[in-house]
Design a protein around this ligand. Structure first.
Ligand SMILES: [Zn+2]
Ligand SMILES: [Zn+2]
Length: 367
Protein backbone atom coordinates (compact mmCIF):
# COMPACT_ATOMS: atom_id res chain seq x y z
CA UNK A 1 0.00 0.00 0.00
CA UNK A 2 1.22 3.49 -0.83
CA UNK A 3 2.33 5.56 2.10
CA UNK A 4 -0.19 8.32 1.26
CA UNK A 5 -3.12 5.86 1.11
CA UNK A 6 -2.04 4.29 4.38
CA UNK A 7 -1.94 7.69 5.96
CA UNK A 8 -5.41 8.50 4.67
CA UNK A 9 -6.88 5.25 6.03
CA UNK A 10 -5.19 5.85 9.36
CA UNK A 11 -6.68 9.35 9.58
CA UNK A 12 -10.10 8.04 8.58
CA UNK A 13 -10.01 5.35 11.27
CA UNK A 14 -8.80 7.83 13.85
CA UNK A 15 -11.68 10.18 13.03
CA UNK A 16 -14.34 7.45 12.99
CA UNK A 17 -15.09 7.07 16.72
CA UNK A 18 -15.66 10.84 17.12
CA UNK A 19 -17.85 10.90 14.07
CA UNK A 20 -19.99 8.00 15.34
CA UNK A 21 -20.38 9.38 18.85
CA UNK A 22 -21.21 12.83 17.43
CA UNK A 23 -24.31 11.23 15.87
CA UNK A 24 -25.84 10.38 19.23
CA UNK A 25 -26.94 12.96 21.74
CA UNK A 26 -25.73 12.20 25.25
CA UNK A 27 -28.37 11.49 27.92
CA UNK A 28 -26.91 14.35 29.94
CA UNK A 29 -24.08 16.80 29.31
CA UNK A 30 -21.12 15.93 31.52
CA UNK A 31 -20.23 18.43 34.23
CA UNK A 32 -17.01 20.36 33.53
CA UNK A 33 -13.90 18.22 33.44
CA UNK A 34 -15.74 14.99 34.29
CA UNK A 35 -17.00 11.98 32.36
CA UNK A 36 -20.57 10.95 33.00
CA UNK A 37 -20.55 7.17 32.67
CA UNK A 38 -23.90 5.45 32.12
CA UNK A 39 -24.03 2.10 33.90
CA UNK A 40 -26.30 -0.78 34.81
CA UNK A 41 -24.73 -2.89 37.55
CA UNK A 42 -27.50 -5.42 38.10
CA UNK A 43 -28.34 -7.74 35.20
CA UNK A 44 -29.32 -11.43 34.94
CA UNK A 45 -28.93 -14.05 32.24
CA UNK A 46 -29.89 -17.70 31.73
CA UNK A 47 -26.89 -18.58 33.91
CA UNK A 48 -29.10 -17.76 36.91
CA UNK A 49 -32.81 -16.86 36.69
CA UNK A 50 -32.72 -14.60 33.61
CA UNK A 51 -34.27 -15.57 30.28
CA UNK A 52 -31.60 -14.50 27.80
CA UNK A 53 -28.05 -15.43 26.89
CA UNK A 54 -25.30 -13.00 27.99
CA UNK A 55 -24.55 -11.76 24.43
CA UNK A 56 -28.07 -10.28 24.21
CA UNK A 57 -27.37 -8.27 27.38
CA UNK A 58 -24.41 -6.68 25.62
CA UNK A 59 -26.39 -5.91 22.47
CA UNK A 60 -29.23 -4.39 24.50
CA UNK A 61 -26.80 -2.20 26.42
CA UNK A 62 -25.10 -1.03 23.20
CA UNK A 63 -28.43 -0.22 21.55
CA UNK A 64 -29.48 1.74 24.64
CA UNK A 65 -26.25 3.74 24.75
CA UNK A 66 -24.80 2.42 28.00
CA UNK A 67 -21.08 2.75 28.72
CA UNK A 68 -20.58 0.03 31.33
CA UNK A 69 -22.52 -2.97 32.59
CA UNK A 70 -22.03 -5.84 34.97
CA UNK A 71 -23.67 -9.25 34.59
CA UNK A 72 -24.60 -10.18 38.13
CA UNK A 73 -26.09 -13.64 38.09
CA UNK A 74 -27.18 -15.19 41.37
CA UNK A 75 -24.33 -17.29 42.74
CA UNK A 76 -26.60 -19.63 44.69
CA UNK A 77 -29.80 -19.65 42.65
CA UNK A 78 -29.69 -21.40 39.27
CA UNK A 79 -33.19 -22.54 38.26
CA UNK A 80 -32.01 -23.56 34.75
CA UNK A 81 -29.40 -25.90 36.20
CA UNK A 82 -30.90 -29.08 34.71
CA UNK A 83 -30.71 -27.70 31.17
CA UNK A 84 -27.64 -25.59 31.73
CA UNK A 85 -25.21 -27.23 34.14
CA UNK A 86 -22.84 -24.43 35.08
CA UNK A 87 -20.36 -24.85 37.86
CA UNK A 88 -18.33 -21.80 36.69
CA UNK A 89 -19.88 -18.60 38.10
CA UNK A 90 -17.61 -16.45 35.89
CA UNK A 91 -18.97 -17.91 32.66
CA UNK A 92 -21.78 -15.39 31.94
CA UNK A 93 -19.30 -12.53 32.43
CA UNK A 94 -16.80 -14.16 30.05
CA UNK A 95 -19.39 -14.54 27.27
CA UNK A 96 -20.56 -10.95 27.72
CA UNK A 97 -17.01 -9.62 27.82
CA UNK A 98 -16.18 -11.52 24.66
CA UNK A 99 -19.28 -10.12 22.89
CA UNK A 100 -18.41 -6.58 23.96
CA UNK A 101 -14.85 -6.82 22.65
CA UNK A 102 -14.10 -4.07 20.11
CA UNK A 103 -17.29 -2.21 21.08
CA UNK A 104 -17.56 0.93 23.22
CA UNK A 105 -19.19 -1.04 26.04
CA UNK A 106 -17.18 -2.08 29.09
CA UNK A 107 -18.28 -5.23 30.91
CA UNK A 108 -17.04 -5.73 34.46
CA UNK A 109 -17.16 -8.91 36.50
CA UNK A 110 -19.92 -9.19 39.09
CA UNK A 111 -22.23 -11.52 40.98
CA UNK A 112 -25.33 -11.41 43.17
CA UNK A 113 -24.80 -12.89 46.63
CA UNK A 114 -28.24 -14.24 47.42
CA UNK A 115 -29.36 -14.59 51.03
CA UNK A 116 -32.59 -14.42 52.98
CA UNK A 117 -32.98 -11.30 55.12
CA UNK A 118 -30.71 -10.26 56.69
CA UNK A 119 -28.60 -9.36 54.81
CA UNK A 120 -30.79 -10.15 51.75
CA UNK A 121 -29.30 -9.83 48.26
CA UNK A 122 -26.04 -8.01 47.65
CA UNK A 123 -24.21 -7.33 44.40
CA UNK A 124 -20.45 -7.46 44.23
CA UNK A 125 -18.92 -5.81 41.16
CA UNK A 126 -15.33 -5.14 40.07
CA UNK A 127 -14.45 -8.55 41.58
CA UNK A 128 -11.71 -10.91 40.36
CA UNK A 129 -13.30 -14.35 40.65
CA UNK A 130 -17.03 -14.99 41.26
CA UNK A 131 -16.44 -18.67 42.12
CA UNK A 132 -14.58 -17.73 45.28
CA UNK A 133 -17.62 -15.81 46.56
CA UNK A 134 -19.68 -18.97 46.90
CA UNK A 135 -20.32 -19.68 50.60
CA UNK A 136 -23.92 -20.95 50.64
CA UNK A 137 -24.05 -21.49 54.41
CA UNK A 138 -22.43 -18.32 55.67
CA UNK A 139 -24.25 -14.95 55.49
CA UNK A 140 -21.08 -12.84 55.50
CA UNK A 141 -18.18 -14.90 54.07
CA UNK A 142 -19.03 -14.10 50.41
CA UNK A 143 -19.18 -10.39 51.22
CA UNK A 144 -15.82 -10.58 52.99
CA UNK A 145 -14.30 -12.38 50.00
CA UNK A 146 -15.70 -9.74 47.60
CA UNK A 147 -13.95 -7.12 49.74
CA UNK A 148 -10.70 -9.10 49.73
CA UNK A 149 -10.98 -8.96 45.93
CA UNK A 150 -11.36 -5.16 46.26
CA UNK A 151 -14.90 -5.35 44.90
CA UNK A 152 -17.62 -2.74 45.28
CA UNK A 153 -20.53 -4.21 47.26
CA UNK A 154 -24.08 -2.84 47.38
CA UNK A 155 -27.36 -3.88 48.92
CA UNK A 156 -29.98 -4.78 46.30
CA UNK A 157 -33.67 -3.87 46.47
CA UNK A 158 -33.75 -3.09 50.21
CA UNK A 159 -37.43 -2.21 49.66
CA UNK A 160 -38.35 -5.53 48.00
CA UNK A 161 -41.79 -6.56 49.23
CA UNK A 162 -40.71 -10.22 49.43
CA UNK A 163 -38.23 -9.15 52.12
CA UNK A 164 -40.06 -6.09 53.52
CA UNK A 165 -43.83 -6.52 53.51
CA UNK A 166 -44.39 -2.77 53.86
CA UNK A 167 -41.90 -1.90 51.09
CA UNK A 168 -39.97 0.23 53.58
CA UNK A 169 -36.17 -0.10 53.43
CA UNK A 170 -34.56 -0.27 56.87
CA UNK A 171 -31.26 -1.45 58.26
CA UNK A 172 -31.03 -4.64 60.31
CA UNK A 173 -28.20 -4.91 62.86
CA UNK A 174 -26.25 -7.04 60.36
CA UNK A 175 -26.36 -4.20 57.79
CA UNK A 176 -25.15 -1.76 60.42
CA UNK A 177 -22.29 -4.13 61.17
CA UNK A 178 -21.43 -4.48 57.46
CA UNK A 179 -21.38 -0.69 57.09
CA UNK A 180 -19.25 -0.24 60.20
CA UNK A 181 -16.79 -2.84 58.94
CA UNK A 182 -16.75 -0.98 55.58
CA UNK A 183 -17.83 -4.17 53.78
CA UNK A 184 -20.96 -2.57 52.31
CA UNK A 185 -20.44 0.44 50.04
CA UNK A 186 -23.70 1.19 48.28
CA UNK A 187 -27.46 0.71 48.22
CA UNK A 188 -30.05 0.53 45.46
CA UNK A 189 -32.45 3.44 45.78
CA UNK A 190 -34.01 2.29 42.52
CA UNK A 191 -34.49 -1.33 41.46
CA UNK A 192 -36.34 -2.36 38.29
CA UNK A 193 -39.65 -0.47 38.59
CA UNK A 194 -39.43 0.61 42.23
CA UNK A 195 -37.95 3.55 44.10
CA UNK A 196 -37.19 3.84 47.81
CA UNK A 197 -36.96 7.27 49.42
CA UNK A 198 -36.14 5.45 52.66
CA UNK A 199 -33.10 3.93 50.92
CA UNK A 200 -32.06 7.43 49.81
CA UNK A 201 -32.12 8.47 53.45
CA UNK A 202 -30.15 5.37 54.49
CA UNK A 203 -27.56 6.16 51.81
CA UNK A 204 -27.18 9.78 52.93
CA UNK A 205 -27.04 8.96 56.63
CA UNK A 206 -24.53 6.12 56.28
CA UNK A 207 -22.29 7.37 53.50
CA UNK A 208 -23.44 4.71 51.04
CA UNK A 209 -23.35 5.24 47.28
CA UNK A 210 -26.79 5.55 45.64
CA UNK A 211 -27.51 3.18 42.77
CA UNK A 212 -30.33 2.57 40.34
CA UNK A 213 -30.33 -0.67 38.37
CA UNK A 214 -32.57 -2.59 35.98
CA UNK A 215 -32.27 -6.01 37.71
CA UNK A 216 -33.43 -7.18 34.28
CA UNK A 217 -34.44 -10.83 33.86
CA UNK A 218 -36.36 -10.69 30.54
CA UNK A 219 -35.83 -8.15 27.74
CA UNK A 220 -35.20 -4.50 28.54
CA UNK A 221 -37.15 -3.44 25.45
CA UNK A 222 -40.33 -5.01 26.84
CA UNK A 223 -39.93 -4.09 30.48
CA UNK A 224 -38.89 -0.47 29.96
CA UNK A 225 -40.83 0.45 26.79
CA UNK A 226 -37.65 1.32 24.92
CA UNK A 227 -39.39 1.70 21.50
CA UNK A 228 -41.75 4.28 23.06
CA UNK A 229 -38.81 6.32 24.31
CA UNK A 230 -38.46 4.64 27.70
CA UNK A 231 -35.18 3.78 29.34
CA UNK A 232 -33.96 1.33 31.95
CA UNK A 233 -32.94 2.66 35.37
CA UNK A 234 -29.32 3.80 35.14
CA UNK A 235 -26.61 4.93 37.47
CA UNK A 236 -24.43 7.71 36.05
CA UNK A 237 -21.00 7.77 37.58
CA UNK A 238 -19.20 11.13 37.76
CA UNK A 239 -15.75 9.89 36.92
CA UNK A 240 -12.45 11.62 36.09
CA UNK A 241 -12.36 9.62 32.86
CA UNK A 242 -13.81 6.45 31.34
CA UNK A 243 -11.23 3.99 32.63
CA UNK A 244 -12.70 1.22 34.83
CA UNK A 245 -10.25 2.15 37.62
CA UNK A 246 -11.51 5.74 37.79
CA UNK A 247 -15.14 4.65 37.52
CA UNK A 248 -14.62 2.27 40.44
CA UNK A 249 -12.94 5.03 42.45
CA UNK A 250 -15.86 7.39 41.80
CA UNK A 251 -18.33 4.67 42.83
CA UNK A 252 -16.53 4.20 46.14
CA UNK A 253 -16.55 7.99 46.55
CA UNK A 254 -20.36 8.06 46.13
CA UNK A 255 -20.30 10.19 42.97
CA UNK A 256 -23.48 8.97 41.27
CA UNK A 257 -26.69 10.23 39.73
CA UNK A 258 -29.60 7.79 39.41
CA UNK A 259 -32.02 8.09 36.48
CA UNK A 260 -35.40 6.43 36.98
CA UNK A 261 -38.35 7.08 34.64
CA UNK A 262 -38.52 10.94 34.70
CA UNK A 263 -36.72 11.27 38.04
CA UNK A 264 -33.10 12.18 38.69
CA UNK A 265 -31.82 11.28 42.15
CA UNK A 266 -28.48 12.31 43.62
CA UNK A 267 -26.72 14.07 46.44
CA UNK A 268 -27.46 17.79 46.32
CA UNK A 269 -24.01 18.84 45.08
CA UNK A 270 -24.02 16.28 42.27
CA UNK A 271 -27.52 17.15 41.10
CA UNK A 272 -26.65 20.86 41.20
CA UNK A 273 -23.61 20.15 39.03
CA UNK A 274 -25.71 18.16 36.57
CA UNK A 275 -28.47 20.78 36.32
CA UNK A 276 -25.95 23.57 35.86
CA UNK A 277 -24.62 21.86 32.75
CA UNK A 278 -27.97 20.73 31.38
CA UNK A 279 -30.17 23.81 31.71
CA UNK A 280 -29.26 27.15 30.15
CA UNK A 281 -31.01 30.50 30.06
CA UNK A 282 -30.72 32.99 27.17
CA UNK A 283 -30.05 36.72 27.68
CA UNK A 284 -33.22 38.73 28.30
CA UNK A 285 -34.75 40.89 25.58
CA UNK A 286 -37.45 43.54 25.92
CA UNK A 287 -39.98 44.73 23.29
CA UNK A 288 -39.92 48.52 22.81
CA UNK A 289 -40.35 50.29 26.12
CA UNK A 290 -42.05 47.29 27.80
CA UNK A 291 -40.71 45.95 31.10
CA UNK A 292 -41.45 42.32 30.37
CA UNK A 293 -38.32 40.25 29.79
CA UNK A 294 -38.34 37.46 27.24
CA UNK A 295 -35.99 34.57 27.94
CA UNK A 296 -35.60 31.02 26.71
CA UNK A 297 -34.73 28.07 28.92
CA UNK A 298 -32.97 25.18 27.19
CA UNK A 299 -32.87 21.57 28.38
CA UNK A 300 -29.76 19.81 27.08
CA UNK A 301 -30.67 16.39 28.51
CA UNK A 302 -32.77 13.37 27.54
CA UNK A 303 -34.88 13.83 30.65
CA UNK A 304 -37.79 16.27 30.85
CA UNK A 305 -37.29 18.94 33.50
CA UNK A 306 -40.32 19.71 35.67
CA UNK A 307 -39.75 23.14 37.13
CA UNK A 308 -41.47 25.38 39.65
CA UNK A 309 -40.35 28.99 39.72
CA UNK A 310 -39.79 30.07 43.34
CA UNK A 311 -38.34 33.58 42.86
CA UNK A 312 -39.91 37.01 43.49
CA UNK A 313 -41.19 37.81 39.96
CA UNK A 314 -44.43 36.83 38.31
CA UNK A 315 -44.73 35.54 34.76
CA UNK A 316 -46.77 37.19 32.02
CA UNK A 317 -47.93 34.30 29.82
CA UNK A 318 -46.86 31.18 31.65
CA UNK A 319 -47.64 29.17 34.70
CA UNK A 320 -44.79 29.17 37.20
CA UNK A 321 -44.95 25.35 37.10
CA UNK A 322 -43.96 23.94 33.73
CA UNK A 323 -42.05 21.23 31.94
CA UNK A 324 -39.23 21.46 29.41
CA UNK A 325 -39.19 18.47 27.08
CA UNK A 326 -36.02 16.42 26.50
CA UNK A 327 -33.59 18.52 24.42
CA UNK A 328 -36.40 21.08 24.24
CA UNK A 329 -36.81 24.73 25.13
CA UNK A 330 -39.35 26.98 26.78
CA UNK A 331 -39.96 30.71 26.23
CA UNK A 332 -40.86 32.67 29.33
CA UNK A 333 -42.06 36.26 29.82
CA UNK A 334 -41.07 37.70 33.17
CA UNK A 335 -42.40 40.91 34.68
CA UNK A 336 -39.15 42.37 35.95
CA UNK A 337 -40.45 45.89 36.90
CA UNK A 338 -37.34 47.42 35.28
CA UNK A 339 -34.88 46.68 32.48
CA UNK A 340 -32.42 44.00 33.53
CA UNK A 341 -29.42 42.83 31.52
CA UNK A 342 -28.80 39.83 33.77
CA UNK A 343 -31.54 37.82 35.46
CA UNK A 344 -31.20 35.13 38.09
CA UNK A 345 -34.12 32.70 38.18
CA UNK A 346 -34.78 30.43 41.17
CA UNK A 347 -36.43 27.08 40.64
CA UNK A 348 -37.40 23.91 42.39
CA UNK A 349 -36.71 20.86 40.23
CA UNK A 350 -39.85 18.86 40.91
CA UNK A 351 -38.39 15.67 39.42
CA UNK A 352 -34.96 16.12 41.00
CA UNK A 353 -34.67 14.27 44.31
CA UNK A 354 -31.89 14.96 46.81
CA UNK A 355 -33.32 13.30 49.92
CA UNK A 356 -36.35 11.93 51.67
CA UNK A 357 -39.25 14.06 50.37
CA UNK A 358 -36.73 16.66 49.28
CA UNK A 359 -36.32 18.24 45.84
CA UNK A 360 -33.48 20.29 44.45
CA UNK A 361 -33.65 24.08 44.64
CA UNK A 362 -31.30 25.98 42.37
CA UNK A 363 -30.88 29.18 40.44
CA UNK A 364 -29.91 29.77 36.85
CA UNK A 365 -28.44 32.99 35.46
CA UNK A 366 -28.99 34.43 32.02
CA UNK A 367 -26.00 34.21 29.68
ZN1 LIG B 1 -32.00 -9.92 44.08
ZN1 LIG C 1 -31.07 -9.57 40.88
Amino acid sequence: MKKQTRKFIFLLLAALPTWISAQEKPFFRSPDGLSLISTDLHIHTTFSDGSVWPNIRVEEALKEGLDLISITDHLEYQPHLKDLPNPDRNRSFQIAEDTAKKSKLTVIRGAEITRSMPPGHLNAVFIQDANKLLFPDDPVAGIEEANLQKGFVFWNHPNWDAHRKDGIAKLDPLHVELIERKLLHGIEVVNFDTISEEAIEIALENGLTMLGTSDIHKLTTWDFDIPQGGHRPMTFVLSQNNSPQEIKKALFAGKTVVWFKELIIAKEKHLLQLVKDNLSLSSPSYDGDKLIAKVTLRNHSANPLHLKYTGPFTFHQNSTIFKIEPYGEKDINIKTHRLMSVIDLQFELLNGIIGYKKNLNFSVKTM
